[in-house]
Ligand binder design. Structure first.
Ligand code: MEV
Length: 425
């Protein structure tokens, strides 16, 4: 009888884990060979990163070109499975560099840890008492990370909010410097929680970081010259107006806004993943920030400069680090950091925000002119060719034919592949 209730799977050797998996899922020799191939990463590293590890899941890693960020040329590693994202970012960056590229600014690296207090008898009074002991709480929290303290980081402030009749939340604000900081913040939140309940009464419940990192924002902007924008029969001025209208659409409608922001995250998540950062934290923070005013809004905005060029801006929380966690362990993430040549969290944030803006501009540029499918399908044709079994130069031949026939489908690709095979035999 098959069961997923495998006792102490984590204690099994990798061989035995794979054996158990093979029996359970009826895997063949080819499947096992695929699982055993971890490519650029030693299995020991993976085994220490997550529990019950058996293999890796490789994503394509592409390099976006043409980026000029705060006056520095950058090649940007992007880990993503979606066709056209890397090409689109590179194209947008090429247009942006004509007008000086991207300028990015990061604020302080302050994260929020939350401590929930329930059953508080007199929350207004409790709130003031907690503020009265602010310095003590900061001191206790600071002791929890000596290295951060030595480097000039650590807890900087305490904030108290009354959420409900008998519920309070205390925020501990921590400068995590160049680390993402989740572990540090959680440890500090746990350390001060019992002290808070001694001061304010009530029961401690959650003690955890907030991914809505509103004190760790990154902002970037770029100018896209109207002279570079004529396309699909539209003049540069028309394209500028159409992109601004597209932005207004996202601003007015959550259905469009979700897709607008998804396009931004295509770029952002790809760099966040490539640099070994926590992409779920970034996604959660981005969408929560987009809703911060009470309705869901775009993370970018567009306006005209005095000459009628398009100026795009982006603003969102960016809790990423360049030290600690997977960033310092994963060999490919370390390599990507080296390619990016970023030494601080602020620099990395600037890169990520610029890519998000480039990605969004590229999507809007395509959508407002020739539509997204033309370019996308052109690139997708190669995927289709590979998926029907084409190899080597067959891929190009098939991709070109199905594109020129305007029939980018698997059945047609298969037909052409069969033709090619027949000719060869
Ligand atoms: C596709 O991954 C992303 C887009 O849908 C973004 C957008 O519509 O703005 C093209």
């Amino acid at each position: 009888m098959k069961t997923s209730n495998i006792n102490k799977f984590y204690e099994l050797s990798r061989e035995d884990r794979i054996k158990a998996l093979q029996e359970f899922a009826d895997l063949n020799g080819e499947d096992i060979a695929l699982l055993k191939n971890t490519g650029a990463i030693d299995f020991n590293i993976i085994d220490h990163m997550i529990e019950n590890a058996v293999s890796v899941f490789p994503l394509p890693l592409g390099i976006a070109t043409n980026f000029l960020i705060n006056g520095k040329d950058k090649l940007i590693p992007m880990a993503i499975e979606e066709t056209s994202v890397v090409a689109a970012a590179s194209h947008a960056a090429k247009i942006a560099r004509e007008k000086g590229g991207f300028r990015a600014v990061s604020g302080p690296q302050h994260m929020i840890g939350q401590i929930q207090l329930t059953n508080v008898l007199s929350p207004n009074n409790a709130k003031i008492k907690i503020y009265e002991h602010k310095e003590d709480l900061i001191k206790i929290a600071a002791e929890k990370d000596q290295l951060l303290k030595k480097l000039g980081g650590g807890p900087v402030d305490i904030d108290v909010r009354i959420l409900d009749k008998n519920m309070l939340v205390v925020h501990i604000i921590v400068n995590t410097l160049d680390a993402m900081g989740a572990n540090t913040v959680n440890t500090m939140a746990e350390a001060i929680a019992p002290v808070i309940s001694d001061i304010a009464g009530g029961k401690i419940n959650l003690k955890i970081i907030s991914n809505l990192a509103v004190y760790r924002l990154v902002r970037a902007y770029a100018t896209f010259s109207k002279d570079k924008l004529p396309r699909g029969g539209y003049s540069g001025e028309e394209v500028v107006d159409r992109i601004i209208d597209a932005y207004k659409f996202a601003y007015a409608d959550p259905f469009r806004c979700a897709t607008h922001n998804k396009g931004i995250m295509n770029g952002i998540s790809a760099v966040v993943i490539a640099t070994g950062n926590d992409f779920r934290a970034i996604e959660a923070g981005a969408h929560a920030y987009a809703s911060y005013t009470g309705s869901y809004k775009p993370l970018t905005s567009y306006e005209k400069d005095g000459e009628g060029n398009l100026v795009g801006s982006i603003e969102l929380p960016m809790a990423v680090g360049v030290v600690g966690g997977a960033v310092s362990v994963h060999p490919v993430a370390k390599l990507c950091k080296k390619i990016l040549d970023v030494k601080t969290a602020a620099e990395l944030q600037g890169v990520i925000a610029s890519v998000g803006l480039a990605q969004n501009f590229a999507a809007l540029y395509a959508l407002t002119t020739e539509g997204i499918q033309k370019g996308h399908m052109r690139l997708h044709a190669r995927n289709i060719a590979v998926s029907v079994g084409a190899i080597g130069d067959e891929i190009d031949i098939i991709a070109k034919r199905i594109t020129s026939e305007n029939n980018i489908t698997m059945p047609r690709a298969k037909e052409i592949l069969e033709e090619l095979h027949k000719k060869r035999d």
